[in-house]
Design a protein around this ligand. Sequence first.
Ligand code: C2E
Ligand code: MG
Ligand code: MG
Ligand code: MG
Length: 288
Amino acid sequence: PEKLAELLGQWTPPPAGKVRVAKKAYDADEVRAAIEGGRLINYYQPKVSVSTSEVVGVETLVRWHHHEDGVVAPDQFIGVAEAHGLIDGLTQVVFTNALADAKGWQEAGLALRVAVNISMDNLESLDFTDFVAAQTLAAGVPPQQVVLEVTESRLMQDARTPLEVLARLRLKRFRLSIDDFGTGHSSLAQLRDIPFDELKIDQGFVHGAWSNETLRVMYDASLNLARQLGMEVVAEGIEDREDWELLRRTGCDIAQGYLIARPMPAADVAGWIADWQSGGFSRLVVGD
Ligand code: C2E
Ligand code: MG
Ligand code: MG
Ligand code: MG
């Protein structure tokens, strides 16, 4: 209790977010047309090794190239897709495109793991396993190179099917990742029930943890938990060199964030990696 009081005493509210453009509400017909019309584009953000600064993989983050509104972020349409039964179609498009890009990089000599964000709704059907396995086989990408990032943002009605789907995918050697760990329902119960390979500490516990003891305690606890369960640990939201330095000091495995790279179109990935390996990583070194 004393420690808690001490920590609460140090608590300062998180900084107000950047000014945002008012969010437009898209309806189901527009989202359906975007999915079916090929308007959803896979962007990719690198994941790099903290110890070697090598690029270990990329995560695909979908964007909608809207004819009037420009590039629309996933937060503005994933929820709509989930609410209107469109998320299976969306995931199929994103997953298939990610495999095609992964195959292209493989042929160019880049053995990258490719991570895809999966909605809990996708796990409500046992067919999802077959879809993922069949597409991956057809693309000629080893399942070990495919990472499925799962966030549980709401309570599951009946967890049996999702658990079964994840267990089957793991048996087929796909890598399972628990995303946004520490938020929503991405929590201890999931770690107890599902053999995840990777844990992603939510950016809310990472960025700024070097200067905020409350965040630091939560970051450390998540890191240790993952370690002791034998999982690889990814820290999201690395925005400055102090964030990176914390990961280095604490032995976190993998880093992702704007300091390293923002999500980019597939066509930019190979060039970005070449640039990174020929010295771009030096921006991670603390001190000028
Ligand atoms: P996520 O999977 O946790 O992805 C991380 C989000 O944080 C991404 O936002 C990424 O662009 C952003 N980010 C990365 N580095 C930094 C950083 O250093 N600082 C800050 N402030 N943000 C950073 P994005 O692309 O807008 O995606 C938001 C969420 O939308 C994702 O969170 C994921 O849950 C969901 N999402 C994205 N693509 C898909 C998809 O294809 N399918 C599904 N079902 N969900 C997706
Ligand atoms: Mg993710
Ligand atoms: Mg995340
Ligand atoms: Mg997120």
